[in-house]
Every structure is written in C-alpha cells, then in structure tokens.
Ligand binder design. Structure first.
Ligand code: ADP
Ligand code: MG
Length: 232
C-alpha cells in the first residue's frame, strides 16, 4: 500500500511531466555538447556533424512544441523509413560520446531493406535511450553490438552490451516511471521507449545477466507496399 501511495504521489505531480520533458531534452543537448566539445578539442567538425546538430536542435524544438500543446494531443505523423538509417543516424550522433567512454559500436545491419511506418523522432528517442543505457552500463568501456534483421513481417533489432547487467528481481521493475539506480537518472527512459514501441505495434523486451551484459530486443512491423494495380 505504501508503495502504491508513493507511486501515485509521484505520478500525479506536474513534476512527472517536467521530468519527462527534461529527460527528452537532455539527450539531444548532450549530443550537441559532445559535438561542440569535439570542435573545441580537434576543430574537426564537418558538414555532416553540422547537419546532425541542426536536426538535434529541431528535435528539441519539436519536443518543447509538443509540451506546449500537451493539453491538445496532436496527431503524430507516421512516415515510411528504413529503420537501418534511423538507427545509423543515432549511432553517429552518439559516437563521440561513446568514444569518450571507451565504448565502440559494432553494427551488423544485414542486406535487406527494413522499411517501417514510424514517427522517426520518437524512434530516435528509443534508440538514444537504449544506447545510452548500454554506454552507462559499461563504466570501463566495452562493445555494443547492434544488429538489424528483416524476419518475416517484422524488423528485429537487438542491442547488446557487455555491462553490469540487471538482477532478475529488478527486470520486472524496468519500465516503471522513475525506476532508476543512477544518481543523475530519471528512470523515464525505458518507460518512454516501451510506450513508443507499443504505439508502433512493436515489442520491447530486455534480457540480462549480471556481470555479463544486457540485450534489448525491439521488433517492429515491416511496412507492406500497397498492392499495385493489377494488369487491366
Ligand atoms: P535511467 O537511465 O535514467 O536510470 P532508464 O529508464 O533508462 O532510466 O533505466 C532504468 C534503470 O534500468 C537504470 O537505472 C538501470 O538500473 C537499468 N538499466 C537499463 N538499461 C540497462 C543496461 N543496459 N544495463 C544495466 N542496467 C540497465
Ligand atoms: Mg536511461
């Protein structure tokens, strides 16, 4: 009962919204900071970096915009995108941050087209949340394996780290708002990610072994082309 009370108190406050928005804005800000730091240290910012920075700024703008009109939920815009490119963009965005933490991404995106119908900014948010958790789980650095496969009617994405892992009793709590064991954590990343994947008719699953690592499995329905006009 105490637990229930504690949670409902947390959930009913305006603070929940504020924390959620702050969390979503902090990710792109961290990325922007990473690029600016790269520029300060190496002066090697190229045009692609600048493009990515602009799109991150656009995203902050979008999130703030959504927050301002939260009272009137707006329709989200779904577009057909190849999820490999969406994921690839996010990996490039996080690359400098990963590098600073001695973490490398090892990607295997296969050969198949992986088009899905999605709200791309939301999916980027999911990938950022999951990849950041993976980086944060490896304080000594390590490898993050990212695989994408086209299977049947689904795209299956797996993200595996070599981090500290999650004890079994904690796995059930993942996705509860504010469940975090980090000093600067918000405990909103997994909840937000699960909701976004659900709204895309997908599945989100976490498997983990303490001191071995964690795998996040995401599957999303492949986009089916409208049948072309039959020969007439
Ligand atoms: P936050 O990162 O702000 O703590 P999340 O919702 O992203 O919030 O994650 C909640 C908790 O789940 C984390 O605090 C951590 O304990 C655990 N967790 C999530 N991903 C991983 C991972 N890849 N490895 C180990 N623990 C993880
Ligand atoms: Mg997180």
């Amino acid at each position: 009962m105490d637990e229930l009370l504690r949670r409902s108190e947390k959930l009913t406050t305006v603070g929940q919204l504020a924390a959620g928005v702050a969390h979503e804005i902090r990710n792109p800000l961290t990325t922007l900071r990473g690029f600016l730091q790269l520029q300060q240290e190496t002066r090697k910012l190229n045009e692609r970096h600048v493009d990515l920075m602009l799109s991150e700024l656009d995203r902050i703008n979008l999130i703030v915009g959504e927050f301002l009109i939260l009272a009137k939920p707006q329709a989200t815009r779904f577009e057909v995108k190849d999820v490999r490119f969406t994921l690839g963009d996010v990996i490039s965005l996080l690359d400098s941050q990963a590098h600073l933490c001695n973490v490398i991404f090892v990607t295997d995106f296969g050969q198949d087209d992986c088009r899905i119908s999605c709200e791309e900014n939301q999916l980027k948010q999911v990938f950022i949340n999951v990849l950041k958790n993976a980086i944060e789980a490896m304080p000594q650095g390590g490898e993050i394996a990212v695989n994408v496969r086209h299977e049947d009617t689904f795209v299956r994405i797996s993200i595996t780290d070599q981090g500290i892992g999650i004890p079994e009793e904690k796995i059930a709590k993942l996705g509860d708002p504010f469940y975090t064991d980090k000093d600067a954590g918000t405990g909103l990343g997994i909840m937000v990610s699960q909701r976004i994947i659900q709204s895309h008719q997908g599945h989100f699953e976490i498997k983990s072994k303490v001191n071995v690592g964690t795998t996040v499995l995401i599957s999303l329905p492949l986009y089916k082309d409208e049948p072309k006009n039959p020969i007439s």
